[in-house]
Design a protein around this ligand. Structure first.
Ligand SMILES: [Zn+2]
Ligand SMILES: [Zn+2]
Length: 170
């Protein structure tokens, strides 16, 4: 599996959001929280994870590239809030009262908007197919049927059977 390269501008946008939210927490608690390490290694359909002991945030590079700033605005504060809650309150329920207050009162983002991208990405994921005349997008469901040999799909214009184009780099 090839690694997804995150453009520098996008990495900078991640750090800008992280530092801005971290600054709000520092002011609120009068604590000099260290800056968490950010890595782009989260796999699968999970948007991001917070590694409490390591003080590290892992972001999903594919979902970041697909969703850009909306992903940053939602996922970075979400994971940062997990780290801050752990530092201030220890081991409490992951999305409990302390976390919601951290999101809304300290980081000033709505706590209800969580995990939108995991769902959105899985639902909207399509796979590119080709016929003689154009490119088509098949849903996950149809794509899986093709892979299992249960169905084949034809272009309505040219009548040719659609062929899957494998994508590298994802
Ligand atoms: Zn969470
Ligand atoms: Zn066609």
């Amino acid at each position: 599996m090839n690694k997804v390269r995150i453009p520098i501008a996008l990495q900078q946008a991640v750090m800008r959001c992280l530092r801005e939210k971290l600054q709000l927490a520092r002011q609120h608690f009068s604590v000099e929280f260290p800056e968490p390490k950010v890595v782009y290694q989260q796999r699968g359909t999970t948007a991001g994870t917070a590694w409490l002991q390591a003080w590290e945030i892992r972001l999903n590079p594919v979902l970041l590239m697909e969703n850009q700033q909306p992903f940053i605005d939602e996922v970075v504060p979400h994971e940062l809030a997990h780290l801050l809650v752990f530092r201030q309150f220890g081991r409490v329920p992951p999305h409990g009262r302390e976390w919601r207050q951290m999101m809304e009162s300290v980081l000033r983002v709505p706590a209800s908007r969580t995990h939108q991208f995991e769902i959105a990405s899985v639902q909207s994921k399509t796979f590119p197919y080709l016929c003689r005349c154009q490119q088509h997008q098949l849903t996950v469901r149809r794509h899986n049927r093709v892979l299992r040999g249960e169905s084949e799909y034809r272009c309505r214009q040219c009548g040719e059977k659609l062929r899957f184009i494998a994508i590298e780099n994802l």
